[in-house]
Design a protein around this ligand. Sequence first.
Ligand SMILES: [Mg+2]
Length: 194
Amino acid sequence: MSKQIIAIDVDEVLSSLLPDIISYHNKKYKTNYVMDDFYTYDYWKVWGGTKNQAIAKVDEFTKRGGFANLQTIQGSQNAIQKLKSKYRLFVVSSRKSDLKGTTYEWLENKFPKCFEKALFGNHYDLKAGPSVSKSQLCRQIQADYFIDDLPHYAKECADMGIKTYLFGDYPWNKADVEGAVRVANLDDIVRILM
Ligand SMILES: [Mg+2]
C-alpha cells in the first residue's frame, strides 16, 4: 500500500511565530500584548486598525528577518521524524508566496528531509496576488490527514472529508470544530496515527 499523506500547517504547529510577533510589536509600538490576548488569530482584531495595517506590520517583521529565526514548537522535531517513517509529509501554509525561500530554508534547517514539498496559500498579500484555500492545497496533494491550529481552516478541510486535527491549546482555538479531532501536540498525532 502506498503511504498516506499528511498535510501540516507551519505557524504554531511546527514554528512558534506569535511569541516573536508579539515581542516585535511590543518593542516597536510600545504595547504589552501577551499570548492570552489573542482570542483570535486575526491580529488586527487584537491590535486594532485595519487588516492591511496588520499585514504591513507583519511584513515589516518579515523584512527584519523575523521568519528566518523562529523556534520550533516543543516536541515537533521528534514527532515529525517518527511520522516521516510511515507517511508522506507536506507543509500546507497560508504564508505569502514571498516567504517561500525563507520557509524552505527554515524547514530544511529544523526538519531536514522531512517534507516532500511546501505549498503556500498566499492569504496575507497586500499586493492581492492570487490566494489558494487550504482545502484546495490539500486537494492538490490528495492529503489524507490535515493538521492546523486555526479553527476555520480545520472546518474547511474537515467539511471536505479530510481527516482533520485541530492542533494545540491556544486562546484562538478554544472552541471545538465539528468534524475535527483536537490534539494537544504532535505526540498525540504520533499516538493516533502510528
Ligand atoms: Mg497555524
